[in-house]
Structures are given as C-alpha cells and as structure tokens.
Design a protein around this ligand. Sequence first.
Ligand code: ANZ
Ligand code: ZN
Length: 865
Amino acid sequence: MESRYNPSAIEEKWQQTWADQGLDKAPESSDKPKFYALSMFPYPSGNLHMGHVRNYTITDVIARLKRMQGHRVLHPMGWDAFGLPAENAAIDRGIHPATWTYQNIDQMRQQLQQLGLSYDWDREVATCSPDYYRWTQWIFLQFFQAGLAYQKESAVNWDPIDQTVLANEQVDNEGRSWRSGAKVERKLLRQWFFKITDYAEQLLADLDTLDGWPDRVKTMQANWIGKSTGATLEFPIVGLDEKIAVFTTRPDTVYGVTYVVLAPEHPLTAQVTTPDRAAAVEAFVKEISSESEIERTAEDKPKRGISTGGKAINPFTGEEIPIWIADYVLYEYGTGAVMGVPAHDVRDFQFAQRNQLPIKTVVIPAGGDASQPLTAAYTEAGVLVNSGTFDGTPSTEGKTQIVAYAEEQGFGKARIQYRLRDWLISRQRYWGVPIPVVHCPSCGAVPVPEDQLPVRLPENVEFSGRGPSPLAKLTDWINVPCPSCGEPAQRETDTMDTFIDSSWYFLRYTDARNENQPFAKDKVNRWMGVDQYVGGIEHAILHLLYSRFFTKVLRDRGLVDVDEPFKRLLTQGMVQAMTYKNPTTGKYIPAAEVDFSDPQAPKDPATGDRLEVFYEKMSKSKYNGVDPKEVLAKYGADTARMFILFKAPPEKDLEWDDADVEGQFRFLNRVWRLVSEFAAANQTQLAAAAIAAQLQGQNDSLTKADKDLRRAIHTAIQAVTEDLEGDYQFNTAVSEMMKLSNALSDAPAKDTPVYAEGIRALVLLLAPFAPHIAEELWHLLGNQVSVHEQAWPQYDPAALVADEITLVIQILGKTRGTIQVPAQADKAALEQYARNSEVAQRYIEGKEIKKVIVVPGKLVNFVVS
Ligand code: ANZ
Ligand code: ZN
C-alpha cells in the first residue's frame, strides 16, 4: 500500500482504467433519466489555460454527480477548429492550417485527459473535419431551401489587416476588429446572410421560458434583439411625388417635428437636394461613407449634418419643414429616415441647437408650462400641447391615437422594429466551411446537390501572406459545371463564419458518428435539450443566440423537437491572478521578476518604481498567467480541481492563490491519511456497503460519541447534496467535506461501524470533485467496483436529530441563562426542566410566578411579580 498521497502514482493509472472500462460512455440503451452536461468547446489553440480548466472542471463535477444520482449522462468534448489563427499560423510559420490544428487538438486532448474529465471521447467532434463540415454544409442547404440563406450587396465591415469581412458583433465600440485590432473600414460587397430577423420575435419571446439562465444573459440577448414599438409616418416631399417614410417610437411628438433627416445613403438624398446644395451634399455623403456605423453613432461625438435644400410636409400640420442628411441616421435601421423632434429627444435637441433649427414643445409635464423655452429635451411622458385636436391628451394615449389617425388618413402605420440584423455569414478566408453553392451565369446561385457533399477544402494551397483568400486563386477548384444546367460555372469561394460550426455541435454529439445524417432524430431527441451548459459570459450574445436560432430553424424543418437548446446555463467567472504593473512606464512585470526586497512595496527591478498590485484576468500580455501544466505537475489534477471549486462560487471571479492551492493539497493528504490508516487497521470489512444500511434507523442504540459522529456524517451528506443541487455551490460543499474530515479525525473511537460509515461517505462525497484520489481510496477500502459507479449517499434523517437541545431561560423576557434538555421533551417537561434549573431558581425565589411561556425547542419565559 502507498503510505503517502502521491497523485502522479494514481492519476494516470485511473484515467487509463476508466478509459479501458468505458466508464464515461453515454449509454444509448438505458431507461435511466437523461442528463446532458456540456461545456463550450474550445478553439484548439494548442494550450489549455486556467479558464478552460475551470469551465471543464465545473461541468465534470456536475456530470459525475448526476451519474452517481442515477442518470444516464452525456458529457462530450470537441473542437471549434476552424478560424483565422490557423491560417495566420500557416502564413507566419509555413505550416498547413490542418496540420497546425490537428497538432493542437492532440496536445489539448492530452491535457484534458490529465485533468480526469469524464468525457465520452467516442463522440469527439472537430468542426474542421470533412465528416463534420459535410453536415454543416447540409444544414446550410436547409437554410437555403427555407429561404433563410440569401445573398445581398451590402456595406460591410472590412478588416484591412486580416482582409476579411466582420460581423457587427466582431467590431468593438471604437470601430476596431476584435481579432486584429485594425480600424474597420466600410466596403460594398456581395455577401451571404442568414435571415435571423425572421426569428427575432421568437428569440425574444422564448427568453421567458429559459428559467435556468442567468437574468443578465437574457437581458443582454433582449437588448441585442432590441424590439421597438412605434410607427412609420410618411412625409410628402415638396415638388416631388415621393414621400419620406420615417420610423419613430414617439408618434405622440409628431406635431413637434421641425425637420426630417435622411441617412446619407438614402436613395432619396440626391432627388431632394437642390442644385445650390448639390456639391456640398455630395462631399458630405462621401465623407460619411468611409465611417463605420459605430463611429457614426458614438454617443460622445457631435452629430454632423447638412441641409439638402429640399422640403417636406408634416402631414399632421401641413407645415413645410427642411430635409437634412446626417451621419447619425443609419440607412439599415427602420426606414433610414427620421423625424426631428428637438424638444423631446436629446440627440435632436443638440442637433437643432448646433444647426439653428426651431424647437417646438408638444409634451409638457402635467401642470407644466409650454411657453417657457426648453434648456434641454423633455423626454418624459406628459400631456400633449400644440398638437391640434390632440391637445390635453396624455402622451401615452396620444401615441395610440395619433397612429390610429395616421392609419385612417393613409399616411402612417403601426410598426415593430428590431435592432437585430440579418447575420452576415460569408468570410473571405480559407480555413472555414466552403459555402456549398455554384454560381452559374444562367441559373444564378445553385446549391451543390446533397450527394456531392462535402465540398472539400482543397489541400494544396499556398499561404503567401495576408491578403485575399487563397481559395479565390484556385481556378482548378473554382471552375465546375453548373449542377443544374451543366454549363461552365464557378464555385463560391467564401467560407462560413465559424459561429455556424458552433451553432449545432451540441446536436452532433448526440449521434456523432452518423455517416448518413447530421444526427438521427430519435438520438437527438433522446438527449436534447442540454440540461446544463457551462461557458464564458463572452458568449452571452452571439454563440448563444445563434445556437437558439439554429435550433428553432431545425425544429421548423422537422429535424429536432426542442424549442430551445440549453435548459440551464452557467456562465463561470474569470480566473484572475495577482498582477504587477509599473504605473509610470505602463509595463506589466512577471511576478518572478518583481523586486520583493521590501515585501510591502514591490518594485520594478529595472526602474526601481513602486509597482501597482491588483488582481486581473490571467493573460499572456499581463504576464500573470498560471500554466495548468505546472500546477498539474506539482500537485496533480485532483488538487487543481479542488482548489478551483473551493476558491469561489462558479459564477464569480476566482483569484488564484498559491497558498490556497497548497491548502487543498494538504486537505487531500489528510483525507488520504484518514482513509488509508483506517484501511490498514484491517477494518476493511467495516466499510462494506451493508454498514450504512445496518445503521439506518438504529440511531437510538448508539453511544453519545457515535451519535455525534453520525450526526456530523449525515449533516455533511445533506449539506453537500443541497449545495450541489441548488446553484452548484461547490465552494461550500468542499467546506462541508473538510468539516467531515475534521469530525472523523477527532472521533475518539476509530474502529466502530459509525466511523466506517463516515470514511465511506467522505470518499463518496469526494468522488465528483477529486475523482482519482477517491477511486484509489475506494479500492483501498476493499471495493472492486468504481466509486464513480456507486450511488450518491443518502442522508439518514434520524441521524440528524440532536439528542439534546439548548433551552433558553428567560425572566420577564430577559435571557438569564441556558440549560441542556432532551430534544424530545414536550411542553410540560420543558417547563419542569426550566423550573428545576439553577438559573430559574435564582431569579424566581420568593416571587410569584404569574405566567410561564414555553416555546418548544427554544425557550421558557417566566413572568413574575
Ligand atoms: C422621433 C422621436 C421623437 C424619436 C422623440 C425619439 C424620441 P429605438 O428605440 O432605438 O428603436 N430613429 C429611427 N430610425 C433611425 C435610424 N435609421 N437611424 C437613427 N435613428 C433612428 O429608436 C427609435 C428612434 O430612433 C425613433 O424615434 C427615431 O427618433 C430614431 F422624442 O422619432 B424618434
Ligand atoms: Zn446553370
């Protein structure tokens, strides 16, 4: 027997044994209730970081717990393997993206295996493999057939460094690419889109069904979808037959319109512009066209605009008002035109002031005064004034009435507008799924027939440098006969956004080796939806929204039965580490280089400056990363897991702390000693499963010490179970196990059945958290079948009941002392115990007892004269 806890001697051994036994395979034929535990799959960068370790450990504990609680569990892992880094590696290092990616996958798989994660590796998927992307293409064709995939010329975000189009979501608030950091440009290109806007209302409404999601994520999605209720109103143009349709959420303010504004790209811009303004307008339009949407609408930037010289008529008042164009009006939103109401909109107020446009108040607070000039926009609800027949109407009612009037008169309509746009899915890159379409001069965009899938990525390509996609240069690959008419035609050279790959991988896991379908319907329905999804908050919008969209489309195509993919979502917090920064130079200093000669004042070894010290997310650029490899080598996987689970609740940020890692290592060592000493004392037979059963209901016949220990054991079982079942409070669960181990250490007798029961319970409780040590100890206790195949321990309610309780003695409501009394004493007995107590005797001596109030289980109060 090992006398010392030595993780390296047991971890690999058990990983191998579990793999040989197929312990973690998701059972297909089993009538147990199902549980689908899923971690967001990683991009195979080559190295696991602490964020991954945390994410996967959390899901693993849940998967292991559910197995022990009698579920059949699906817990898969795979690789989100397409994307630019592979292509950049190809360019920078002359290695093929496929080679680079598969090498990374091998490395990372090995690192994952070292963590003892209970994956069903038979279901591993890599989105870059033709067996997978064949079905991504097939699904694209489903969208195409449903009219949900289409092409459109559009002004796109162009990343000049990576030479690719970016989705709006991939551009930050400063107009920079999320990947290359380049300032994003606008470019007109023909692009593929998925019509996610068709599902806007469902995606919004169904958020209400997601009880197991954090509110924060649901709010982010709702804001992203951005539903606005309002109206389109039409303003005739003076001298033309055309009308300008505006979208407004404040139809109640229509009498306060003093100008209308077109987006510079609006097709009416040229027509409404008067000859004297033509040159200036053209110059302005040109200037704006190079700006990104984010810059145009940035809140801190003054809005720029110019008068076109044209005039429109407010259909409500008959007034003529000027037509302007301005950068803040976006062509893609609403109707691409707005009515300017400076009195009641902050942006319009500033714009009117800057451009000397009139300001007309039409809403005032109840009892307010409309004659006072405004110093700022009044944006609240109120009462309508200067609004013709609507004067005196509360503005909220005015909204409905004005829209009804416009509809009656034929110059307006109620309208619901979503901020969500269609999803731009084409990328001008190599390392992605080829869009399975052929462009034919006579037939147009023709889908590649299903039996010709996959459209494979050609392998012989050159990566000469950043620039246009190498696919666009491969004439051999591009030129093909049209699948429809047979005439010469050309392949689509764009590949798909990698978010498409990850929008259905959770479905593939349910039937990962299917060669004839993306997944069989009975299999997918046997496992979906995902019972617990765990991943980073950075995916709160895109990945989660796209996956929900895919699920709904595939449901509507009859391929799955669920409405939503993920029943419960846990967004784990970041892993932070102590970070050292020189405030003068702005440089980050690796901890190993910091000058700690004065421990209270760490210094920059190069400059002698005192450093700022704070916790921040681990990252290469901050030199504060802790490499999981090193932690594993030093302490083993079980300690790393225990630390991560213990240090913070899963959804909160976690501060890395070597001392606490050490602390968990010591705890596991203590458990090792307790259990192995017990086993060595040849009491193995006591640990047999029968013991718990024997003790069940036998509590009364035990000694006081045994009863106390048994209470500690069953309190721990109850507490750990509740911590895990509620909100996965692993940190408090670990504390409970520590308490149990202390109770066992302190137990006076270590050869009783109760002690054996405690040892056994401790090992079982530990199993989901520290799977290797638990398995080793379980076998030391003489068991043959894996600890991970045991039933989760049940607590014995009888054991929880205390023998004695503390009774408070009060005189006239004032606490004077306490006594110990039998827990089962009834009211009369309690009063008797209280009367006889020394405390009571002292205070009631010589007094008349007027009343005795007994609160069972708590106190006895003597009301005396
Ligand atoms: C007049 C008005 C008066 C407005 C008022 C607001 C307050 P959300 O809630 O985001 O949907 N708008 C409409 N289309 C626009 C476009 N393409 N580019 C920029 N702004 C646009 O915002 C709707 C409001 O944003 C609309 O209501 C319109 O201004 C403006 F006291 O119309 B409002
Ligand atoms: Zn054709």
